[in-house]
Design a protein around this ligand. Sequence first.
Ligand code: JB3
Length: 225
Amino acid sequence: MPLTEQSFTYREKPLNAQFENHVLVLGAGGHAKVISEILEDSGMQIAGFVTLDGSDQLFCGHIVHSEDQLASLFESGIQKIFPAIGDNQLRSNLANKVTAMGFTIVNALDPHSRISRSAKLGIGIAVMPGACVNADSTISDFAIVNTNASIDHDCSIGTATHIAPGATLSGNVKVGSFTLIGTGSSVRDNMTIGSNTIVGVGSAVVCDIPNDVIAVGTPARFSKK
Ligand code: JB3
């Protein structure tokens, strides 16, 4: 039977073009549910969540796949993904794993965030509602700029670092990789904060903070992890 023009067009379409707007979300917890809404508000369609073992229960109205299913999902044409797990190291590890499988990692930039046109963004970045990234700042791969966090001009945020809700970084603050800047903390301009470090909730950072420490208080004092 001859193909109609319509069915021919459909069959000739590359498989992944059908799923151009579809994205998988790695994780199915609190962070993933916020991310899924941001992705939907940005015009993407959620193709499901992915946990280690999957689940029979829907999450936010979507299927929860297991990691074992990633290869077949990719083969079916769903090739975009977002790592939505709060743990910095796990988020980065999983992002690297799915990159090696061929997935394209997208960003989740909330339409109600403010991101400067001169900011430089990597991949797999979350910029949550009300967050601000000002001129000439750099946000590296898999970083989270959480709800209402503020990154002022010329800042640099390292790979898989998490700037928690309401944290404020003044101008020209450099933060390393895999660091957590806790909720509501404040960082004076021109400060450098190392990698694998934690700045506790509500701390005030007024001196440089090295790698691998926990810094807490006002002003923040640090000790080895
Ligand atoms: O503070 C705020 C605003 N958000 C926090 C966020 C940044 O981090 C939030 O309050 C939580 O503290 C935390 O959210 P997250 O990462 O969603 O945590 P939780 O609710 O515990 O969910 C972790 C998810 O990761 C679960 O769905 C796990 O099944 C999934 N998970 C754990 N290990 C994994 C793996 N998923 C996959 N695919 N592979 C794993 O190895």
